[in-house]
Design a protein around this ligand. Sequence first.
Ligand SMILES: NC(=O)C1=CN([C@@H]2O[C@H](COP(=O)(O)OP(=O)(O)OC[C@H]3O[C@@H](n4cnc5c(N)ncnc54)[C@H](OP(=O)(O)O)[C@@H]3O)[C@@H](O)[C@H]2O)C=CC1
Ligand SMILES: CC1=C(/C=C/C(C)=C/C=C/C(C)=C/C=O)C(C)(C)CCC1
Length: 385
Amino acid sequence: MNTFTPTETHRSEAGSFMMLMLVVIAAGLGVVALILRLFSPQIRKYAAGGVCRSTARLDGKVALITGANSGIGKETALDLASRGARVIMACRDVEKGEEAATEIRARVGGAKVEVRELDLADTCSIRAFAQRFLQEVDHLHILVNNAGIMMCPYMKTVDGFEMHIGVNHLGHFLLTYLLIGLLKRSAPSRIVVVSSLAHNFGWIRFHDLHSQGSYNSGLAYCQSKLANVLFTRELARRLHGSNVTVNSVHPGTVRSELMRHSTAMSLLFAVFSMFLKTPKEGAQTSVYCAIAEELQSISGKHFSDCAPAFVAPQGRNEETARKLWDATSTFMGLFPNRVGGALFPVRAGPTGVLDGELSQRCKKRVTSSCSSIVCMCLQHLCYQY
Ligand SMILES: NC(=O)C1=CN([C@@H]2O[C@H](COP(=O)(O)OP(=O)(O)OC[C@H]3O[C@@H](n4cnc5c(N)ncnc54)[C@H](OP(=O)(O)O)[C@@H]3O)[C@@H](O)[C@H]2O)C=CC1
Ligand SMILES: CC1=C(/C=C/C(C)=C/C=C/C(C)=C/C=O)C(C)(C)CCC1
């Protein structure tokens, strides 16, 4: 005689079904793990992406890399140093920079690497860096605008700019502006701008570039990376005929400290780490754009995996590029020479360092507290729109 009640029968059926499901899931995971293990060399090879095959030596050449104390920047520094270049590692944290330099010296015998302080979130730091650089370094053949910040909570730079656009775009714009004279005097020379595939998802919010109206950390990052692409194209146009080239790069999806501000992204990257590039693999396209012989006269293009890459329509719009250039110049206190069409706005002194009003303000801030550049920028914004 069956002693089970109908409810008990249902419960035992449900229990068996759950057990079966668990076994199926466990078996499925086991199969996936086995496949991943079996094909791990192929997966790793695919994930690694393009490799820079150039054997070019860089003896006697000078390279400057921002954010060179970690990730892609550190590996770029190591690669260029191993080719004989004198590499200046521009880092906001000198201690971290020195640790990275020590590691590079240990890995590359006779590496000529030096660390200098540069905080791209502070225009005064950028000016101080450039001033010293121009006094102490005679040539600059390779500038890699690599430093970047991603998905941080709403933060402002010292000058009051939103952090993503401030560091990733505005800071690098000012640095490039201050060093462009030296790059031209050292020609042939190259500028590499580390952008991202993320530029595809960005658009330039001219009405609220600093996300004061609304803030989304992902979109702010995408906007700044689109700004990198637009800056590259506009600078290439302005540098035409100077023998200084500029190209932008998507390094790939790379295991680095970039995700430090996003727990979700950090977890995703940890779980899928096998599919990501190592920083060394991520540095390949930057190195390629910095040295490849076949790119000698290529400028204004975008690269990924050491090959030309797709640029989103909003990254190809010349009008947006010019408008962004003008807005950036205004934020930096550099007034666009619309008539003459000069490479950069006309306010540079003989060394290329600003000798006008803004640098005076910076000097003041070193001793006291600087009056905000933002007030001036807002004035110009009101004037412009
Ligand atoms: N990792 C990836 O998957 C991708 C990265 N990229 C781009 O590659 C570049 C390098 O990133 P990655 O190596 O991955 O990330 P990391 O976080 O490892 O490196 C970023 C570097 O930028 C520096 N940095 C940040 N803020 C400033 C600042 N205010 N002044 C000076 N330096 C600063 C960091 O210094 P500190 O250590 O002191 O914070 C660090 O050295 C970035 O531009 C990023 O947008 C693009 C696409 C994908
Ligand atoms: C969906 C998905 C992934 C996520 C990719 C992401 C989220 C890439 C982000 C790139 C960034 C942030 C570029 C920076 O500029 C992995 C981890 C590859 C594993 C496979 C599935």
